[in-house]
Design a protein around this ligand. Structure first.
Ligand code: ATP
Length: 354
């Protein structure tokens, strides 16, 4: 069992508090994403989990055992980094078998495990080639081969696909996920790319300024963002926000913005004040039965769909519509918001009012 549990994990670099106080659990066999913008503390969190950085305080458990003070080499884990250095003077087979040979594993067992890894990664045909002439993708596979050959309890990956071009990156992302599904090993993966996190992850931790903003399944995070930061960070284009002084009705089933009354998907406590209503572009319809009106500021063609940017009195809103819809810049349009998917935030704290 390789469940990983992090409790009240904190890291200070001198006076700078890089990771505030993180608590979360990575279940056995999960593909787990640490997601956030540059500098949010995701790499530092991963490095503490992996034993490359000592926590300032807090605990880390791998398979039930507290490992906070143990070195990486004592944790039975493997890393895959973006700039994974292969041994240039060794061929593919030697690169992959090196961790086993250095552990004193018998020759026959090394051969058996290297053959198995080569089969899983489909690199049997290049085993005897030098690594120098390999393509980026093959190099990444060899790096993965070297990580998985030891059959560690867990994998730690820091932006492993970061150096690849977009097309190849997508291909390798699919391959990595498929590899994980075949092997079932607990994997913790750092990325700043929300699409990568959504596509690959079973669970996602979203971090910002050293704080966990939200923790959950990709769909939960997309549908029910806990904070405005998460709502803005996830989705392409992200959620639009309408800012207004408004009121949630007593009973909490609807909100009034000026003249408009918009029903809410979940009931909330009645209140008045500065509110933010979040809506995703796919949940806005241009319609005469309008909740709001606005003026078309831009139309961006994306193939089968287009993104229409509309200026309203409460802020800019984006709608995704079929590109066959003829929409002119400057036109006045009505907007209908899908009630099932609205998120309301407290404008001051940025927290969703659930
Ligand atoms: P990136 O994707 O840019 O690596 P990140 O989210 O992984 O970002 P971290 O590398 O964890 O962020 O860094 C978090 C913060 O801690 C940053 O402000 C960084 O400058 C700071 N930091 C990281 N390592 C050190 C260090 N050894 N000494 C001082 N500050 C550090």
């Amino acid at each position: 069992m390789a469940q990983i549990r992090v409790e009240n994990l904190r890291k200070d670099f001198g006076a700078f508090n890089a990771v505030k106080s993180s608590t979360f659990t990575v279940e056995d066999g999960e593909f787990f994403m640490l997601l956030g913008p540059s500098g949010c503390g995701k790499t530092t969190t991963l490095r503490m989990m992996a034993g490359l950085e000592l926590p300032t305080s807090g605990e880390i458990y791998i398979g039930g055992e507290e490992v906070g003070m143990k070195r990486a080499s004592e944790r039975d884990i493997a890393f895959v980094f973006q700039m994974f250095a292969l041994y240039p003077h060794m061929n593919v087979r030697k690169n992959i078998s090196y961790p086993l040979v250095s552990q004193g594993v018998s020759r026959s067992e090394v051969d058996r495990r290297v053959a198995e890894v080569a089969r899983i990664l489909q690199i049997a045909s290049i085993l005897d080639k030098p690594v120098g002439g390999l393509s980026g993708g093959d190099r990444q596979r060899v790096a993965l081969g070297r990580a998985i050959v030891r059959q560690p309890k867990a994998f730690f990956m820091d932006e492993p696909l970061g150096a690849l071009d977009a097309e190849f990156r997508e291909h390798m992302a699919e391959e990595l996920r498929a590899l994980h599904d075949r092997m079932g090993a607990t994997t913790v993966y750092v990325t700043h790319d929300q699409l990568e996190a959504m596509q690959m992850g079973d669970k996602i931790v979203v971090m910002n300024h050293g704080v966990i903003e939200q923790f959950g399944k990709p769909q939960q995070i997309y549908d029910w963002p806990a904070t405005r930061f998460v709502a803005k960070f996830i989705g392409s284009p992200p959620m639009s926000f309408l800012e207004f002084e408004g009121a949630i009705e007593e009973g909490g089933n609807a909100v009034t913005i000026g003249e408009s009354r918009i029903e809410l998907p979940k009931s909330r406590e009645g209140r008045k004040g500065a509110l933010t209503l979040g809506v995703r572009p796919e949940h806005v319809r241009l319609s005469d039965a309008a909740d709001l009106r606005g003026r078309v500021a831009a139309v961006e063609y994306l193939g089968t769909t287009q993104i229409v940017t509309i200026e309203t009195n409460h802020g800019e809103i984006k709608a995704r519509t079929a590109s066959s819809d003829v929409i002119r810049t400057g036109a006045s349009v009505g907007l209908e918001l899908d009630r099932r998917s609205l998120t309301l935030f407290d404008a001051m704290s940025g927290r969703a009012l659930l």
